[in-house]
Design a protein around this ligand. Structure first.
Ligand code: FES
Length: 92
């Protein structure tokens, strides 16, 4: 199962089934990731992601160009297709 890590935080890694929706699996209690719309529109869940993740779709890329134009690792957590271990951290 893919494991989501939160380096540099007090949050423990979380093992989730492949393709689990982070917006359903991560909460304010078990992760530092905040969610808003959960549909890829608001940009609240933008994070820096390291690890193997499928590339963002066109809609996600448009939002990332606005909310994190200078961060090549930026992804919207609510849009990530979880297929392997990832390391998620704050941007900035
Ligand atoms: S929660 Fe709004 S874009 Fe992810």
């Amino acid at each position: 199962m893919p494991v989501v890590h939160f380096p540099g935080t007090r949050y423990a890694p979380i093992a989730l089934p492949p393709h689990a929706l982070l917006s359903r699996s991560l909460t304010a209690v078990n992760s530092p990731v905040l969610f808003g719309c959960r549909t890829g529109l608001c940009g609240t869940c933008v994070v820096a992601v390291e690890g193997e993740v499928p590339p963002p779709g066109e809609d996600e890329r448009e939002v990332l160009a606005i909310v994190a134009p200078d961060e090549p690792r930026a992804r919207l957590a609510c849009q990530i297709d979880l297929v392997a271990d990832v390391r998620i951290s704050e941007i900035g």
